[in-house]
Write a protein that binds this ligand. Structure first.
Ligand SMILES: NC(=O)c1ccc[n+]([C@@H]2O[C@H](COP(=O)([O-])OP(=O)(O)OC[C@H]3O[C@@H](n4cnc5c(N)ncnc54)[C@H](OP(=O)(O)O)[C@@H]3O)[C@@H](O)[C@H]2O)c1
Length: 200
């Protein structure tokens, strides 16, 4: 398969690339110039990416930002930024990407645990993650040519908890999270919210 991975250099993206390389042809993307350059927050750059990379069998996104702040401090700009980057960036990857994906291909997006288990500070992140899950169920219904659409909802990743100096005990290693994306790309399911676990 020819697979576009947006967020290829990230905590989740790196083990995902490692799990897929050798088996599939990978097109790696992020905001860095050393890759196929794309900014999810910039609609023109998504359209330009699809124009450059040509036909694909799968599009995976492990990228996009949303602001984490106490509710009273979340500004209009914080909500707008979060929706433009992580939410609409991934929605637009699907909307603009259908014509680039071959029959029976797939999209795999990323939401996150804060959709289902909010915490203090997650107002914008929980909004965006929940919206992505609703969008995925609806987009899967209308996707043409047997194209599948799924979203992976990662729990806290162990490496991220360590980087944030938080207790890593409740985290899942990124390598386990990456397996859930591989299952979405190589499997048959569509319209699903996939929650990675140690057994994936
Ligand atoms: N890590 C966790 O614990 C966790 C838990 C639940 C959900 N998630 C979600 O999973 C996704 C990936 O998380 P992560 O921890 O792997 O993040 P990360 O380590 O910060 O990596 C993010 C990746 O996405 C790219 N990226 C960021 N913003 C982008 C943009 N606007 N356009 C294109 N590429 C962009 C980054 O590269 P450049 O900076 O070069 O663009 C990098 O490759 C995020 O949406 C996050 O909310 C993460």
């Amino acid at each position: 398969m020819r697979i576009l991975i947006v967020g290829a250099t990230g905590t989740i993206g790196r083990p995902l690339v490692a799990a897929l390389e050798g088996k599939h042809e990978l097109v790696l993307a992020s905001r860095q110039k050393s890759h196929e350059q794309v900014d999810l927050a910039d609609t023109a750059s998504i359209r330009a990416l699809y124009k450059r990379v040509g036909k694909l069998d799968a599009v995976v996104c492990a990228a996009g930002e949303a602001r984490f702040k106490p509710f009273a401090q979340l500004s209009d700009d914080d909500f707008e930024f979060s929706m433009r980057s992580k939410l609409m960036g991934q929605v637009n990857l699907v909307r603009y990407g259908f014509d680039s994906v071959n029959d029976g291909g797939s999209f795999t997006l990323t939401s996150g645990i804060l959709a289902q288990q909010p915490m203090i500070g997650s107002g914008a992140v929980s909004l965006v993650n929940s919206a992505l899950e609703g969008f995925t169920r609806a987009a899967a219904l209308e996707a043409p040519r047997k194209i599948r659409v799924n979203v992976v909802s990662p729990p806290w990743v162990t490496e991220t908890l360590i980087a944030f100096k938080m207790d890593p005990a409740g985290g899942l290693p990124a390598v386990n999270v990456a397996r859930a994306y591989v299952a979405s790309i190589e499997g048959k399911q569509s319209g699903e919210v996939i929650s990675p676990s140690g057994g994936n």
